[in-house]
Design a protein around this ligand. Structure first.
Ligand code: AMP
Ligand code: ZN
Ligand code: ZN
Length: 402
């Protein structure tokens, strides 16, 4: 009898603890600029806004690129602290290269510092899943979600949603409570045709229907009222043009250096004896870009502390593109539509934040939210303690919760 009582008590406590666990579905629409929601072509977003929270914009971290920002959203850290400082960078000690097109690199845990929310959650007995998210495929069991899909760019969008729904239909003890979901289209079409094109607007309409499909399918499994749906984007987009390009190599051809990146941001590592000369000549020609020494980067960029950041950083003015010698011949092939990666304070680089669900206030509009504050928000929703060494602050975002 005593044994039975103990077991019953245990069962009761397990069930009540789990029953209290909330659900969060974190959806990212890559490159969805904040003002795409103001074009009168997003009826589903409009209806979510009324029953939930909409921020004026979501401020990305610098550089306003895909991998740094998706990883910031799930870690609450600036790229200089979580280590994914760009979509492409080098470990100059080992020569290893990180790039998003390399499966081997994106799955190699050595690049990722900090702790993604799925790791914090799993430590607290919350099951997690990811239908695509940068950093979710790392090769250490304790650092990836219980369930995840390997990134496949062409995977059908409805299939992605069905994957999430199938996870939510799992028996309770196997069911994830935190799930990520990712769609590239706004970024892909924004690059190709620019943020002011008809093609991009058609894409926005399709993505609005995707939100409707997500809501509809949550409803079909009777979970629409229990899931907190948080929709974000990693950055915005601005129009570029082959006429607004600067070949910075033209100024420094006589020196020896390594140069990585193109477009909005370039990092240069000159041979030590040339460091001051390279900086001075770029400074003298500073027009449509800004050049900084790593240790003199303005604090508001939060981009100086990581050892893989090169000694000189060049940032193009919004809409301008930095190019190198090797691109000169085919310059008309580059920078036709849109791009991002620029100063994260410029509104064109800002993304969206829209949320609804049992934990979220209804019919509430707020100003700009910072993407570093989403990790502590997730911790608060699940009532778990965030990692102490983060950059995000719960005080800057908690007012959107009930
Ligand atoms: P970018 O516009 O260069 O900042 O990067 C956008 C691209 O990142 C998308 O078009 C995707 O192909 C790629 N991408 C997004 N998520 C992932 C992922 N989890 N793994 C690999 N590539 C990804
Ligand atoms: Zn992106
Ligand atoms: Zn992009």
């Amino acid at each position: 009898m005593k044994k039975f009582l103990c077991f019953a008590l245990f069962l009761f406590s397990v069930l009540t603890i789990n029953a209290q666990q909330p659900y969060v579905l974190l959806v990212s629409f890559d490159g969805f600029r904040w003002d795409y929601l103001n074009r009168n072509i997003t009826p589903t977003f409009d209806s979510i806004k009324q029953i939930g929270v909409k921020a004026l914009s979501l401020q990305p971290s610098f550089p306003s690129k895909t991998f740094p920002n998706h990883y910031t959203i799930v870690t609450g850290m600036y790229p200089e602290h979580h280590g994914i400082i760009s979509n492409f960078f080098k470990n100059r000690v080992t020569g290893d290269i990180y790039k998003l097109s390399s499966k081997e690199a994106v799955q190699n845990s050595q690049w990722y510092d900090g702790e993604a929310f799925w790791q914090t959650a799993e430590k607290n007995n919350i099951k997690t899943a990811s239908y695509f998210w940068p950093g979710s495929e790392v090769d250490l069991n304790y650092r990836h979600p219980s369930y995840f899909e390997e990134y496949e760019h062409e995977r059908d969008y409805s299939m992605r949603i069905d994957g999430v729904i199938n996870w939510l239909r799992l028996p309770y003890d196997q069911r994830p409570h935190f799930i990520t979901l990712y769609f590239d289209a706004a970024d892909t079409y924004g690059h190709r045709y620019g943020p002011n094109s008809n093609e991009l607007n058609e894409t926005i309409k399709k993505l609005d229907k995707i939100v409707s499909e997500i809501s509809g399918k949550l409803k079909s499994i009777e979970m629409q009222d229990s899931v907190n749906l948080i929709i974000v984007s990693d950055h915005g987009m601005t129009e570029t043009s082959p006429d607004k390009t600067i070949n910075i190599e033209e100024f420094i051809n006589e020196y020896v250096y390594e140069l990585d990146g193109d477009g909005p941001v370039v990092m240069i590592q000159p041979e030590t004896k040339f460091k001051d000369s390279v900086y001075s000549i770029l400074k003298r020609n500073e027009n449509h870009y800004k050049v900084y020494k790593k240790n003199e980067m303005p604090g508001y960029y939060h981009f100086s502390e990581h050892p893989f950041i090169y000694d000189i950083i060049v940032i193009a003015d919004v809409g301008w593109s930095l190019i190198k010698n090797s691109m000169l011949e085919k310059i008309n092939n580059y920078f036709r539509g849109g791009n991002h990666g620029y100063d994260n304070h410029h509104l064109d680089m800002h993304g969206i934040f829209v949320a609804t669900g049992p934990a979220i206030k209804s019919n509430y509009t707020t100003g700009t939210i910072r993407n570093i504050d989403i990790y502590p928000l997730l911790c608060r929703i699940f009532s778990i303690t965030p990692r102490s060494t983060i950059d995000g602050e719960i005080e800057k975002i908690e007012f959107i919760l009930k």
